[in-house]
Design a protein around this ligand. Structure first.
Ligand SMILES: O=c1ccn([C@@H]2O[C@H](COP(=O)(O)O)[C@@H](O)[C@H]2O)c(=O)[nH]1
Ligand SMILES: [Zn+2]
Ligand SMILES: [Zn+2]
Length: 590
């Protein structure tokens, strides 16, 4: 059933730069015995999207939403569980702009009543981030944080300990559904050396896991993880559980690819991935589970999924409430906390004004509207190290270092971290024959544009970085314009039009489709005093985050220099984030 809501400008006018919203037809949520709300890859976007009305609800609104949804489920004698599958950090001023990073964010995040959560790869890139998980987030969510395959060196005892419990068994409040839950991270190997990520394939051979899946008093296995739902890791977990429990329903929640996705493993096993950056709240319901309350055994359970656009009008619609009845006191307080934090962090401070929108994948590359073309032709021209003077240099940047589009208008302190939050700095190798440097870039760009081996396989070259939209997901989730759902009435708002294993009716809001284009793994800029001549040799400059990939690509390209030994710091302490910020301050006057 569809409902047509007229988005009232007043509802979304809370954010200063929010454009006037237009109409949005909405699908309903079908509740079941057991219901879930799911976030993943929020990357610090707890203030929501200030420039996009479709995703403008903040964490406080989500706190109210979860409360109201729980009330609604429980009033119907049903249960609701709230899940988060990691990558909560890095990617927004609310996290990256504080010193130390994250002090405001963790204090906001903890107010959501989360039943199960786990770690992403971003929680593990740096020692202090994973230690904050161990010392702050795990205790904040006592007993609900799961880490089936992550260990950490405890900063005080120096002992290697599980980051959190490996699994958990519990019974739901209303229906008495007995659940065994796990919390996994994909086969990640880019973590700092204070943590150990055990490969999923070996974790599932461990005694504790084998015992847990042999428990006969289980109505549902719940696997949450920072793992793509279509991935070898989840396939392996599914096979391991199914091998022992041929009939028990299994619900997976995943993430990491920043896409809306839904996987069907068999008729009783499904997986939901709920996008990125607080754009999407995933909803799942399961009906027909064995349960104490209904004294029933499982009867062909029915699984249903929805991707909720994160805005107040979706929230009102799904709870049947309105501007007055929807907010909870706690939710409003969390929104106030966010406003206060943003103000203390000066996130609205304007550094310059973008003359046009610059897109990561909504524009072709190369193109004047592509953020990568802008980087190549303008920003990277400022790559210069004093000590190397005007020595010709080839600057190589992984496209994954860019995280979000730039919208025409004010470029703020928040935008600085939204578009590229990483502290990774530049390194270089001198006297690289120009043709070899070109070959190295070619090799880097020839790597398969998939994610499964990203940062996960030390033995193969693997892709330089993940694409924002990996190829298999593009094929699966991006309907062509002719798959658009025909609607009469007002024009649809452009947005997600997801195609997944259950079809094309997953999005709560019916949007018109947006075109996305592929980008290479790496972009490059040659900076040379003599623009007309190709230099014989260059300083090959790259972000240290991709050094291991550059080393392997150099071997493939037949460049016979020990890069690990010969490379050195270029532009000391200069991150891509700061390079961009300096460029914006100089070039984008308001
Ligand atoms: O220092 C860094 C860290 C990460 N990246 C890029 O991010 C992705 C991983 O991000 P997810 O949110 O986990 O998908 C990684 O593949 C790199 O592309 C980076 O560039 N620099
Ligand atoms: Zn992520
Ligand atoms: Zn991730």
């Amino acid at each position: 059933m569809l409902f047509l809501l007229w988005l009232l400008p007043s509802v979304l006018a809370a954010q200063p730069s929010t454009p006037d919203p237009i109409s949005a037809p909405l699908r309903v949520l079908d509740f079941g015995q057991l219901n879930f709300l799911h976030t993943t890859d929020t990357h610090g976007w707890l203030a929501g999207h200030l420039q996009e009305p479709s995703y403008s609800a903040d964490w406080g609104d989500y706190v109210s939403f979860a409360t109201r949804m729980r009330e609604k489920a429980e009033a119907q004698g049903q249960d609701l569980l709230v899940i988060d599958t990691g990558d909560r950090v890095e990617g927004n001023g609310l996290y990256d702009s504080s010193e130390p990073k994250g002090i405001y964010l963790s204090d906001i995040f903890r107010h959501q009543d989360i039943d199960l959560l786990t770690s992403g790869n971003h929680e593990l890139y740096k020692q202090n981030t994973s230690e904050a998980e161990l010392l702050v987030t795990v205790p904040n969510f006592r007993g609900n944080y799961l880490a089936s395959n992550i260990d950490i060196i405890h900063p005080t005892t120096n002992e290697l300990v599980p980051l959190a419990p490996r699994f958990k068994k519990f019974t739901t409040k209303k229906q008495g559904i007995r659940i065994v839950a796990f919390g996994f991270l994909f086969d990640f190997n880019g973590n700092y050396n204070n943590t150990v990520v055990q490969r999923v394939s070996s974790t599932i051979k461990e005694d504790w896991f084998q015992e847990a899946i042999r428990d006969k008093e289980v109505d549902l296995f719940l696997v949450i993880g920072h793992v793509p739902v279509h991935s070898p890791e989840y396939r392996a977990i599914f096979k391991a559980i199914r091998g022992i429990r041929w009939d028990t329903p299994i619900q997976f929640f995943g993430g990491h690819q920043h896409v809306r996705d839904y996987a069907q493993y068999d008729s009783k096993a499904f997986g939901l991935a709920s996008g990125r950056f607080m754009e999407t709240i995933g909803f799942m319901s399961i009906d027909g589970l064995a349960s104490k309350a209904s004294h029933q055994s499982a009867v062909g359970p029915v699984f249903k999924r929805r991707y909720i656009d994160n805005n107040l009008l979706s929230y009102y619609h799904h709870t049947g409430l309105d501007q007055k009845t929807f907010p909870t006191e706690k939710g409003l307080n969390v929104s106030r906390l966010i406003t206060k934090a943003r103000s203390e962090l000066h996130l609205d401070k304007v550094h310059g004004c973008a003359p046009r929108d610059l897109w990561m994948s909504r524009a072709k590359y190369p193109d004047p509207n592509s953020i990568y073309t802008w980087l190549e032709t303008e920003v990277l021209r400022d790559v210069r190290d004093e000590s190397r003077g005007d020595t010709p240099r080839l600057a190589i940047v992984n496209t994954g270092a860019m995280r979000f589009d730039i919208f025409k208008g004010p470029f703020t302190q928040d935008s600085t971290f939204i578009i590229s939050p990483f502290t990774s700095t530049f390194r270089y190798v001198k006297d690289v024959p120009y043709d070899k440097a070109q070959l190295i870039v070619e090799v880097l760009n020839e790597q398969p544009q998939i994610l499964s081996t990203d940062e996960s396989s030390p033995t193969t070259l693997g892709p330089v970085e993940q694409l924002a939209y990996p190829e298999d997901v593009i094929a699966q989730n991006w309907p062509s314009p002719d798959e658009q759902i025909p609607m009469s009435g007002p024009a649809l708002v452009p947005g997600y039009t997801t195609k997944d294993d259950a079809g094309t009716d997953g999005d709560d809001t019916i949007h018109s489709p947006i075109s996305f284009y592929r980008v290479p793994n790496c972009i490059q800029t040659l900076i040379s005093p003599n623009a007309l001549e190709t230099p014989k040799t260059v300083d090959m400059v790259y972000l240290d985050f991709i050094e291991s990939k550059v080393i392997m690509a150099a071997k493939f390209a037949g460049f016979d220099v020990d890069i690990a030994k010969e490379s050195d710091v270029y532009m000391p302490n200069m991150s891509l984030t700061n390079l961009i910020l300096d460029w914006v301050k100089k070039n984008w006057k308001c």
